[in-house]
Design a protein around this ligand. Structure first.
Ligand code: SAH
Ligand code: SF4
Ligand code: F3S
Length: 475
């Protein structure tokens, strides 16, 4: 262990705080003369890590004196937090940014900021520079604390700012945060990834692994619980690497055990855990904990050892299933979810059937499945034997139909049982019904009332289908 922890300096954070104050004064003046506040609109693509980053970007924007709007047409500041994980995510980001061109044409006061993983890639940064000249600022995820300074410079008439390339990876503490929810919260415990799975762009855009200090994480979680947060998810690309860069003999299982000692009515979740270094110690801590959700998200990616090797995942199916069996042995009633990629280069029909067999054996409650998407600069994108789109789609459908059967079988036993659910409020598709999630993340629909939002409820399940459980509240 060689403590490589490197914080953004206190001077840098206080400099950014000064820019926030200066912008606040300017925006307050604007309010006094115009009669309304400048507004900020923000949109997030990608994973929970990006959601968590966006809450900090929004926190900074509010501190600068912007008021939040849900309508980009009303905004003086638009922040698009992009993702690069698959081509589809990048296309969406570019098309959204494209839509803001006409808003900028109508409102020259508008600043457009594109940040997140996509813009770290040189070819995307150049593309935005050349083809989206109305974008004012691009900002990489490892540099987002510099947002205030960049907004100050650019709104003062400075040049367009391109600040996404860096090989210095730090941890920024003390940034303001505006959380989307008053009862579910994200807490990043580490940033970056060192694993270089051969298909994945994340290590290139998020940089090397660095952990937040234990005391910073514990303080943040403690404060959330004191504020009444009920559901806290610890985030990292591979939380099992937590602390390896700290120089202390303190790992993720230790962190989880320490957090679990905090008193209160709350549940702790974490994601994502890489199977190559998921430890028995972690499972044992979960099994003995009071607050850690009985939920394990353990991405398998493929059931074929040959493909796993080409993916550089550094485990085989036997090792994977060994962990799964250990989890099920120690944690009764655990929910297990996974990620699967179909159509990785060179994946044969036999390899794919290996994945189907692995699903039959692993019996996940749910999976997130993806068609392999080549990412520029990653080894897999250069591999011969890229799989034709038609084959990817066909395998994807077969994977889903098998998993749907398994999900239904894993949901059926809930019929007649009572489950504890955190209530989220009226369902998006049918406002007459309330929805919530079990600690394993299963969606539950029931008869709720406004006062139930953000509360734990006991729900008697009378029906289960492939995607959800249905029931009524036990009052
Ligand atoms: N760090 C997490 C995963 C983060 S990305 C882990 O290692 O488990 C979330 C998921 O996106 C991955 O698990 C993988 O299934 C999928 N994914 C990543 N790169 C992809 C690509 N190039 N094409 C398709 N799916 C991909
Ligand atoms: Fe990507 Fe692999 Fe890192 Fe996950 S562990 S972020 S899949 S490189
Ligand atoms: Fe996407 Fe970056 Fe997350 S690439 S999935 S937003 S880490």
């Amino acid at each position: 262990m060689n403590g490589t922890y490197k914080a953004v300096s206190a001077e840098e954070i206080s400099k950014q705080n000064e820019y926030m104050s200066k912008l606040r004064i300017a925006n307050d003046r604007y309010f006094l003369s115009a009669g309304y506040r400048r507004k900020v609109f923000s949109l997030t693509l990608g994973c929970q890590q990006n959601e968590a980053d966006s809450e900090r970007l929004m926190g900074m924007a509010l501190k600068m004196g912007y008021e939040r709007t849900e309508n980009p047409e009303d905004a003086s500041l638009i922040i698009v937090n992009t993702c690069a994980i698959r081509e589809h995510a990048e296309k969406r980001a570019l098309s959204l940014v494209g839509q803001y061109k006409h808003i900028k044409a109508k409102n020259p006061d508008l600043l457009i900021v594109v940040c997140g993983c996509m813009v770290v890639q040189e070819h995307r940064a150049n593309e935005i520079k050349m083809r989206y000249p109305y974008v004012d600022i691009i900002l990489g995820p490892s540099l987002m604390h510099r947002l205030p300074e960049h907004i100050w410079q650019r709104s003062g008439g400075g040049k367009r700012i391109f600040d996404s390339a860096t090989d210095e990876y730090t941890v920024a503490e003390g940034l303001p945060v505006s959380r989307e929810s008053s009862y579910r919260a994200w807490v990043s415990v580490m940033y970056g990834c060192n694993n270089f799975c051969s298909y994945c762009i994340v290590p290139y855009v998020r940089g090397r692994e660095r952990s937040r200090r234990r005391e910073d994480v514990v303080k943040e979680v403690r404060e959330l619980i004191e504020k009444g947060y009920k559901d806290i998810t610890l985030l990292g690309q591979n939380v099992n690497s937590y602390g390896k860069d700290s120089g202390f003999d303190y790992d993720f299982a230790d962190l989880l055990a320490e957090l679990d000692t905090i008193e209160g009515d709350y549940t702790l979740h974490f994601m994502t855990s890489h199977p190559k270094d998921a430890t028995k110690k972690l499972v044992d801590v979960m099994a003995q904990s009071r607050h850690v959700a009985k939920h394990f998200h353990l991405p398998m990616q493929s059931g074929s050892d040959r493909v796993l090797k080409a993916m550089n995942r550094r485990y085989d199916f036997e090792k994977y299933i060994g962990i799964l069996d250990y989890i099920r042995e120690k944690i009764q009633g655990v929910t297990i979810t996974s990620d699967i990629i179909v159509g990785f280069p060179g994946e044969s029909e036999e390899d794919f059937e290996g994945t189907l067999n692995a699903l039959r054996r692993a019996r996940f409650d749910m999976i997130y499945s993806f068609q392999y998407s080549p990412r520029k600069g990653t080894p897999a994108a250069e591999m011969a034997e890229q799989i034709p789109q038609a084959v990817k789609s066909e395998r994807f459908d077969r994977l889903l139909s098998l998993q749907n059967e398994i999900s239904l079988e894993s949901n059926k036993p809930f019929e007649g049982k009572t489950v504890r659910v955190l209530c989220d409020g009226p369902s998006k598709n049918n406002p007459d019904v309330y929805s919530g999630r079990t600690e394993g993340g299963k969606i539950v629909f029931f008869d709720g009332e406004e006062g139930d939002i953000g509360q734990f409820l006991n729900i008697n399940i009378d029906r289960a289908d492939t995607f959800a459980l249905y029931g009524s509240i036990v009052r």
